[in-house]
Write a protein that binds this ligand. Structure first.
Ligand code: HEM
Length: 402
């Protein structure tokens, strides 16, 4: 087992992790086979269809299509993204409270079949709207915000491009740190402390660069638009009073099903470094631990298997503690510190993009407190408590305080 983690090519093949974009889907497909033109046409025109009030009618008129023509992983991922966007748009429509509780069977059946095939839930997940929802404008130019675009949005001005692409770019920047994982395990086995120290420092530096990329969010995402528009389309039907029973997937399951909405809480990258560094996010069984565990089922199965297999490898933290080497401990702490900084920054972002707009909205509504739902993340968490718990657990993992 330890040896399998010592070679990036093996990791890459077995767990679908790309050398350049990490957990993101490399060069996602932009088109489906022609039989799916109707799905594609709806997904491409969501902003106009929602605006004109014709979206639901178009979805209800769709023919029931077989998923048999989706033969490879990339076309299946694109179809999951397409059906996910259509489903969110169908359920929430203009986002004014007129909610649909039943997904028609002509779309529910292929969506659920495809979801079973991909082992993903039938709701728009981070692996769809961030990891598979992008393209380069000029294929010869680098992966920068300016040279990239998203494939699908919900409304004309919903900031989805900014939100999805900045999330993706943070993810990609942090992904260069995954390449150090084989070096870490090999250095531990060979007792090469200096090699281990340098690999840890490289991870810390990648995570620090990811934080710099995160700053771009202010330039590309407006807090009011994020809160009042995009967030609505990412909301799920688990613990959501608007769909308290969940969503009925007509023709597939008899009972309504509850699924969490799309959230970067479903990203594998942060969980990957928590596991690698032995930060006990999932210990103790509290609600934060449970949410992070639950979110694994919203990740592509290869990525959740990667996290699981990383957990069964020798502990980097215990190794560093055992050696008592000051340089090694400093390098380990630099990684933990970089994660703490990312999470502290993320907390500021959540204050700006969720808490402040929520309190402004409730002021305008002349009620005193933001509603319970408005204080929740799209993943359905009691957000500040959850995020602070995760941040504090990270901070407590520093070997040397301060
Ligand atoms: C406008 C920007 C953002 C907002 C408002 C936001 C909001 C949230 C919220 C509310 C949660 C709690 C889970 C839920 O209920 O959804 C969460 C979790 C999380 N978010 Fe974000 N987020 C933003 C951007 C990002 C970005 C760009 C990343 C990095 C790719 C990210 C990574 C995470 C992670 C890893 C978690 C799980 C908690 C953790 O491990 O610390 N978020 N986010």
């Amino acid at each position: 087992m330890a040896h399998a983690m010592e070679n990036f090519c093996t990791i890459s093949e077995e767990y679908d992790i790309d050398g350049e974009v990490g957990f993101a889907l490399p060069n996602p497909l932009e088109n489906l086979p022609d039989v799916y033109n109707d799905w594609m046409s709806i997904a491409k025109h969501l902003p106009d269809l929602i605006e004109s009030g014709k979206l639901r009618e178009r979805v209800e008129k769709l023919d029931m299509l077989s998923i048999d023509h989706l033969r490879d992983h990339k076309s299946q991922r694109l179809a999951h993204l397409v059906l996910g966007c259509i489903t969110m748009a169908y359920v929430w429509d203009r986002g004014c409270g007129d909610v649909r509780k039943v997904l028609p069977k002509n779309i529910a059946v292929p969506y659920c079949q495809l979801s079973e095939k991909l082992q993903l839930p039938p709701i728009l997940v981070y692996a769809d709207c961030v990891l598979a929802n992008w393209k380069k404008k000029d294929p010869n130019k680098p992966l920068t915000y300016e040279n990239m675009d998203v494939l699908f949005s919900f409304r004309h001005t919903d900031c989805s491009k900014g939100f999805f692409l900045v999330s993706l770019l943070v993810e990609i920047e942090a992904a260069s740190a995954i390449k150090e994982i084989p070096t870490i395990f090999k250095a531990m086995r060979m007792q090469e402390l200096d090699t281990l120290r340098k690999a840890l420092l490289k991870i810390a530096s990648c995570l620090e660069k990811a934080l710099q990329v995160f700053h771009q969010i202010h330039e590309h995402v407006d807090p009011q638009v994020f809160f009042n528009v995009l967030r609505i389309y990412l909301a799920g039907w688990k613990g959501n009073p608007q769909l308290s029973e969940g969503l009925t997937y007509d023709g597939f399951w008899k009972d309504a099903k509850q699924f969490s909405g799309g959230s970067a809480g479903q990203s594998s990258i942060f969980q990957c470094f928590d596991v690698l560094l032995g930060i006990p996010q999932r210990a103790g069984g509290g609600s934060a631990a449970q949410f992070l565990q639950d979110m694994r089922m919203y990740m592509p199965p290869a990525h959740r298997n990667f996290l699981c297999s990383l957990e069964s490898n020798p502990s980097v933290r215990e190794f560093v503690l055992l050696k008592g080497d000051a340089g090694l401990q400093e390098a380990y702490d630099a990684c933990v510190k970089a994660l703490v900084n990312l999470r502290n920054y993320h907390l500021q972002i959540v204050t700006k993009y969720v808490l402040i707009p929520a309190s402004q909205k409730s002021k305008n509504n002349t009620s005193k407190e933001p509603s319970e739902q408005e204080n929740k993340g799209t993943g359905g968490t009691d957000l500040m408590n959850f995020l602070k718990t995760v941040r504090t657990t990270t901070q407590k993992s520093l070997l040397k305080e301060g």
